[in-house]
Design a binder for this molecule. Structure first.
Ligand code: IPD
Ligand code: CA
Ligand code: CA
Ligand code: CA
Length: 270
């Protein structure tokens, strides 16, 4: 792997993401939270913006040459090929409702490819980590995806947003799963769902459009645990479809290409 720039290490990033999660948790437990609508079924809270500012400040201090792309503050590019891709709270809707299953997600991307991913679940003091080529871990314990091969014992997590393709694309996905006897789950946080794939709790994750900050850390963690990941360019703020599936269920997950809103289906990468 290309050497990491500046003073970036997995330990340093993990500590920053853990502290950011603690800030989010304090907001959630405070009982008062400023909430604003960004769009249909899309809200932002003062916790999202505060946590993102914290991450921007502390991650950038590890190496000023690395750019930063965050959901709430957008893109500030530095020179070069390196980019932090950050979702301060993934699953804001769960966070607002007091439902656990939200996460703080930080990916480090080099030339569009994820090289490090850290996802904290502050509500259960859990952290998922991965470095490209070095495996995926939950609180330091190595992870491996589910070995299920029978579709009738499988469950695929899905994510749905109102950004695009709300109608037919998702009905096609659900029909394809249903026809094969595959169960589905909807956790409400793409990052958390991808960790569930890495941990072997579900056999895949499908969302027809994700932003890079939803996916950057999670796709690496799932891939490092053995999942197949449909390619997505994580430095492109436009985002794209995300299909992640375990090897045993790979043959079941061929989403009709007309369902794809922003890109045609391409072969999955081992
Ligand atoms: C959303 C969540 C949701 C997914 C959406 C995302 P946010 O992120 O991950 O599960 O279906 O596509 O935008 O807005 O809670 O950070
Ligand atoms: Ca959001
Ligand atoms: Ca998100
Ligand atoms: Ca978010």
């Amino acid at each position: 792997m290309t050497p990491l720039p500046g003073t970036i290490t997995l330990d340093a990033v993990s500590a920053i993401v853990r502290d950011a999660g603690a800030i989010a948790l304090r907001f959630r437990n405070s009982g008062t939270l400023e909430i604003r609508d960004k769009g249909v079924q899309d809200r932002v809270t003062e916790a999202d913006t505060t946590v993102e500012s914290y991450l921007r400040r502390h991650l950038s201090a590890l190496c000023p040459d690395v750019g930063f792309l965050g959901e709430e503050g957008g893109l500030s590019e530095a020179d070069g090929d390196w980019l932090w891709v950050v979702d301060p709270i993934d699953g804001t809707d769960n966070f607002v409702r007091g439902i656990d299953h939200w996460s703080v997600s930080v990916g480090l991307v080099h030339q569009g490819q994820p090289v490090m991913g850290v996802i904290s679940l502050p509500w259960q003091e859990t952290q998922f980590t991965a470095v490209a080529g070095q495996g995926a871990f939950r609180n330091g314990t190595p992870l491996r995806v589910s070995g299920v091969t029978d579709p009738q014992r499988a469950a695929i997590a899905i994510g749905i947003s109102r950004r695009i393709c709300f109608q037919t694309g998702y009905l096609d996905v659900l029909k394809a799963l249903y026809d094969q006897g595959i169960e589905h789950r909807r956790f409400g946080s793409a990052a958390y769902s991808l960790c569930q794939v890495a941990e072997g709790i579900v056999e895949g994750y499908v969302e027809l459009h994700l932003n890079p900050w939803d996916a950057a850390a999670g796709v690496l963690i799932a891939a490092e645990a053995g999942a197949h990941v449909h390619p997505i360019t994580l430095s492109d703020p436009a985002g794209g479809p995300v299909f992640v599936v375990t090897p045993g269920l790979r043959h079941c997950l061929s989403i009709p290409s007309h369902s794809l809103p922003v890109a045609q289906s391409a072969p999955m990468r081992p």
